[in-house]
Design a protein around this ligand. Structure first.
Ligand code: SAM
Length: 218
């Protein structure tokens, strides 16, 4: 894919419209909307498809994967309540769009992808855009124990259950956001770690993600 990193008025205008649409659809955290408004989503697309980049849709990005729908990215990000300097583990880097939104909010992001082609592509593209998370290649269903604990953990693929191993890697006061369900649909679940032994789980809206594959997943 031929990437071109040019952000012209047309794309900037389309991005503003996308932010307005997300606000209409119920995203209310202005910090999240500002972050979405800063990330040039068309940089993840071949120039031929730039007219698709600011529609509120998921889109195929090669290697059988998709860039997430902006609404989904905004929804999960809002649930994380990111504070500047938060240490965030993202499971399922994909093309890195969600990663950029987290970085715009001032998070320190550790992101892991299991598909090597996608990983290789994303570690090239993000630094060219000026985004610098810490990249990892491997099975994120296990978390990344060496870098734990995290203030926040976000899973961007659908899991059959909440992996216990991820809860252990959360700080007390930390939040995990993960879609949980079967192959057809998942409920967004947030888990707040209240103490060393107590967790509060909330089940929210229905989404459809690609499956979380790996030792603690499908
Ligand atoms: N966050 C991306 C974005 O902003 O567009 C989209 C992520 S895509 C919906 C889900 C990603 O999770 C895919 O790239 C997939 O390869 C990855 N994935 C699935 N299982 C995984 C695992 N066990 N560890 C790491 N990544 C995984």
């Amino acid at each position: 894919m031929a990437y071109k990193f040019v952000d012209k008025y047309r794309e900037q205008g389309a991005r503003k419209k996308l932010v307005a649409l997300l606000r209409e659809r119920g995203i209310s955290d202005e910090r999240v909307l500002t972050a979405i408004g800063k990330v040039p989503r068309h940089f993840f697309f071949d120039e031929t498809f730039w007219n698709q980049a600011y529609k509120d849709i998921a889109f195929p990005i090669g290697d059988g994967q998709t860039i997430s729908q902006p609404y989904t990215v905004a929804y999960q990000t809002e649930l994380l309540h990111i504070q500047k300097g938060n240490k965030v583990l993202e499971i399922g880097t994909g093309c890195g769009y969600q990663t950029c939104v987290l970085l715009e909010l001032g998070a320190k992001v550790f992101t892991i992808e299991r598909q090597e082609n996608l990983f290789r592509r994303t570690i090239q593209v993000l630094p060219k855009m000026g985004y610098h998370p810490q990249f990892f290649l491997g099975d994120g269903s296990m978390g990344i124990a060496e870098q734990a604990p995290y203030d926040k953990i976000i899973v961007t693929a659908g899991a059959p259950l909440v992996p216990e191993i991820l809860l252990k890697q959360l700080k007390v006061g930390g939040i995990l956001v993960i879609p949980v369900g079967d192959a057809n649909e998942q409920k967004m679940v947030t888990v707040l770690r209240i103490s060393e032994t107590e967790f509060e789980k909330i089940v929210l809206d229905t989404f459809r993600f690609v499956p979380l594959l790996g030792d603690q997943a499908w």
